[in-house]
Design a protein around this ligand. Sequence first.
Ligand code: TYM
Length: 337
Amino acid sequence: MKIIEIPDKKIVYSGIQPSGTFTVGNYFGAMKNWVNLQEDYHSLFCVVDLHAITMPQNPEELRRRTYESIALLLALGINPDKSILYVQSMVPEHCELTWILNCCTYMGELSRMTQFKDKSQKQGENIRVGLFDYPVLMAADILLYQTDLVPVGNDQRQHVELARDIAIRFNQQFGHTFKVPEAYFGESGARIMSLQEPTRKMSKSDDNLNSFISLLDDPKTIIKKFKRAVTDSEMAVYHDREKKPGVSNLMEIYACATGNCLDDITTEFEGKGYGDFKAAVGEAVAETLLPVQRDYHRLLKEKDYLKQIMRTHSEKASMMAWKTLAKARKQVGFVTV
Ligand code: TYM
């Protein structure tokens, strides 16, 4: 039996799928908060390849992207001496707890998930069971580690709510087993929108490459994409998500990249045109990403180091996960000999 003490500090848990290149939406919505929170919390960050295969993936590409994801998270500032950074499929406890939680989750709850409704349309008639069950796997991820806080973007709010409902239901039925987690959203950036259709979320799987900024885009491309970003005809920089979704989105991105507040940004661009504003946003984002890209390309060449992180950190995660899983197994009535 594996035994490890769960640390005294509160626990932060989050994950990202290794599908597509990460965008500034992922960074400002989630990973930037991960980097900050790891200073004060015991943190686990997971590259969720089990989630990725709920949509069709090319196996070689998935493997490559898993390495790239670990390298990019390290380059963004996840500190492997402070946080556990691991790969989901290397910790088998996730699948076992998912099965147990499947048995106390309702079909109706999963049918209401908006992300399932959106993504299932792309799978046509043969919708995979894995896609339907995805939120239960996500609940298992979170609940296995007795998580306090889950830093995510707004699109994951409903999934975290479901994880809470499942934890409460399980605890009521079988006795206290899981901590009930809270979602955590940063002050800005929880909802970064597409540059081309600013009423839709910026997504790494969007077919229109101009709609998102990849964390690996070079400065010229970044500046060009911001220049082409959809705005409006009013020519005034102020924040109003309803009336000015494009400009408001660019302001939020600028706020995330510079740390300036929205009021200061309005003052900075008073009397200036959108040309100046878009150029400033592009430059600020390019400047933020340049050192990250440099570190990423260096780390990607250190395959042995990446493998070592994946191996040792997955072992650490597995030891923590086992402690909760063993309790859940006992509570539902499985035999231990
Ligand atoms: P994923 O891979 O789609 O996205 C990773 C994180 O990035 C956030 N995000 C955004 N935030 C703001 N604006 C955007 N345009 C934007 N796009 C993405 C997401 O909200 C997310 O926080 N199911 C999850 C991964 C997951 C997970 C977990 C998260 C699996 N298990 C357990 C937390 C806890 C997902 O597919 O994220």
